[in-house]
Design a binder for this molecule. Structure first.
Ligand SMILES: [Zn+2]
Length: 283
């Protein structure tokens, strides 16, 4: 499932194809994905210029000249494919319609952007641009981890009464936006905090240390995604799923990579999801 850095990479990959371009024609090939598409979606997209592409948590927001914003979520398996012209730093080709191409946008510059989603957990909705922050999918999402609202004081305050394990707390999208299973495992390993520790029992100093670590881990992943756009020209034009090496995620039984630690990465299950950590250096 794409997490915040992957979604940000998709957004950046779409900019050369879409930003400032008119959507000459939108094709909507089915009535729904995870939820029903908004009424007349093809008409509401067609003929509109894309004024900008933003991101909020794991949603890509395409602001249109009509005063509406398309709210795009990739779900579990959603992919954006760009084809038609060589755009910016990357070169892609997706000429033949595939089975799960659900929405296709033709753009004024000759590019085509296809939303392909085999498992259909993705979604596209539309709202008036000023109403996006209060849209039902977005209104309860916590602050952006790379934004100014997310700081030591905020995190200390939010965690001081939480009796859940720190890993579960950090996965709560109301606490902080866009952090998923992979990056929470990486963050806790770098912070040396055991994923099973009760959030409220962790000292304020250690909680504060999480803020720059969360930013670093996400920023490094975004940079890796950016280099994948430049260096790895995928033949099918698929954006956003790149090889990224994780220190703990999916590293069960491998040696811990923390300096001077001779531990081994273990896997446990918390709230139904795998947690990878080092029992030796995470306390
Ligand atoms: Zn270790």
């Amino acid at each position: 499932m794409p997490e915040l850095p992957e979604v940000e990479t998709v957004r950046r990959g779409l900019i050369p194809a879409m930003d400032g371009q008119v959507i000459t024609k939108a094709h909507v090939n089915r009535p729904d994905l995870r939820w029903k598409f908004p009424e007349n979606m093809a008409d509401r997209l067609s003929g509109k210029t894309v004024l900008g592409l933003r991101r909020r948590s794991k949603y890509i927001l395409a602001d249109l000249s009509s005063g509406e914003t398309a709210i795009i979520h990739l779900g579990m398996s959603g992919r954006m494919m760009v084809s038609g012209v060589q755009l910016g730093e990357f070169y892609v080709d997706h000429p033949v319609a595939q089975k799960h191409d659900h929405v296709k946008l033709e753009l004024g510059n000759g590019a085509q952007v296809v939303f392909n989603d085999a498992r259909r957990f993705g979604h596209i909705d539309m709202a008036a641009t000023p109403d996006v922050e209060t849209h039902w999918l977005i209104k309860d999402i916590g602050p952006e981890p790379l934004g100014n609202q997310f700081d030591d004081a905020y995190l200390i305050d939010k965690l001081k009464t939480r009796m859940s394990p720190i890993k579960t707390a950090l996965l709560d999208q109301k606490l902080v936006a866009g952090l998923g299973n992979i990056y929470v495992c990486e963050v806790l390993h770098r912070a040396g905090i055991a994923p099973t520790r009760k959030a409220a029992k962790i000292s304020a100093k250690r909680v504060a240390s999480l803020v720059p670590i969360i930013r670093d881990v996400l920023q490094e992943a975004i940079e890796a995604g950016g280099s994948s756009l430049r260096d790895y020209r995928q033949a099918d034009g698929e954006l956003g799923y790149f090889q990224h090496s994780f220190r703990v995620y999916d590293q069960e039984d491998n040696p811990c990579r923390t300096e001077n630690c001779n531990g081994t990465i273990s896997r446990i299950v918390q709230s139904g999801r795998s947690t990878f950590y080092c029992a030796q250096c995470q306390r």
